[in-house]
Design a protein around this ligand. Structure first.
Ligand SMILES: NC(=O)c1ccc[n+]([C@@H]2O[C@H](COP(=O)([O-])OP(=O)(O)OC[C@H]3O[C@@H](n4cnc5c(N)ncnc54)[C@H](OP(=O)(O)O)[C@@H]3O)[C@@H](O)[C@H]2O)c1
Length: 249
């Protein structure tokens, strides 16, 4: 898919690893200016900026916890200061803290909801006014197959990811008249650090349920996001795009 996003400013949360890293690379390849956030991987962030700069891509790495409203506002302000517009926002940063509800601690619940769901709220709220004023923009929020189907041991994660879907549909209705689209990508089983933590048996069980018979590569998810960020998707809003090899069926 050839997508041309030259002159567009893109912000990806959690861009140092996994799906976020693939997103940064895909947007850079499409000719966009790319800002990304990270929480603690500062070496990886610096390296990525150097690589992008060598490729002639304008890039910004911004440290901050997505769960903090002030950090979200400061990040969006910094992008606007540097590039004047924010054309595409991808809320990708996310964590898991798995455990059966019987054993799940309050901390595990709070950390996952605050990072995965409040993080999306924070960045969408910070981007709301600038995108409204621009009368255009594309917001893509990364949910999960688990937010649609549920998964034992992931009540906190599933709640955060299902919450993202309801949040995004509501925001799509709020911002539609300003030509700002809000969509969701729901990946299935993707090969990243997050899934590497799963036991071999959990990985096998997950793979057995994937009709396409293989895990997703981060680039598979990036292709779906890039499409929703492209002019080809101008008339799509409030949509949940499953990039899961058929897992949610
Ligand atoms: N992997 C899958 O199978 C899968 C499936 C469905 C959905 N997803 C979703 O896709 C997204 C990316 O997942 P992934 O597998 O690529 O994860 P990952 O490899 O664990 O990378 C997570 C990224 O998010 C950043 N991050 C985490 N917590 C943060 C916080 N509080 N503030 C700022 N940045 C934070 C990390 O930054 P640092 O490097 O600095 O820690 C890192 O860049 C997540 O929302 C996840 O829920 C993943």
């Amino acid at each position: 898919m050839q997508v041309n996003l030259s002159d567009q400013s893109v912000l990806v949360t959690g861009g140092t690893r996994g799906i976020g890293r693939a997103l940064v690379d895909a947007f850079a390849e499409a000719g966009a200016r790319v800002a990304f956030t990270y929480r603690s991987s500062s070496d990886a962030a610096d390296e990525l900026v150097d690589t992008l700069t060598d490729q002639g891509v304008e890039a910004l790495a911004i440290q901050g916890d997505v769960a903090e409203m002030d950090a979200a506002q400061a990040t969006v302000d910094r992008v606007l200061e540097a590039w004047e517009t924010l054309d595409v926002l991808v809320n990708n940063a996310g964590i898991t803290r798995d455990g059966l509800l019987l054993r799940l601690q309050e901390d595990d619940w709070d950390a996952v909801i605050e990072t995965n769901l409040k993080g999306v709220f924070n960045f969408c709220k910070a981007a709301y006014r600038p995108m409204m004023r621009q009368r255009g923009g594309k917001i893509i929020n990364i949910s999960s197959v688990v937010g649609v189907t549920g998964n034992p041991g992931q009540t906190n994660y599933a709640a955060s990811k299902a919450g993202i879907i309801g949040f995004s549909k509501s925001l799509a209705k709020e911002l539609g008249s300003r030509s700002v689209t809000v969509n969701v990508v729901a990946p299935g089983f993707v090969e990243t650090d997050m899934t590497a933590e799963l036991s071999d048996s959990a990985q096998e069980a997950m793979l057995d349920a994937v009709p396409l018979g293989r895990p997703a590569r981060p680039q598979d998810v990036a292709s779906g996001v890039l499409y929703l960020a492209s002019p080809a998707a101008d008339y799509i809003t409030g949509h949940v795009l499953h990039v899961d090899g058929g897992l949610a069926m």
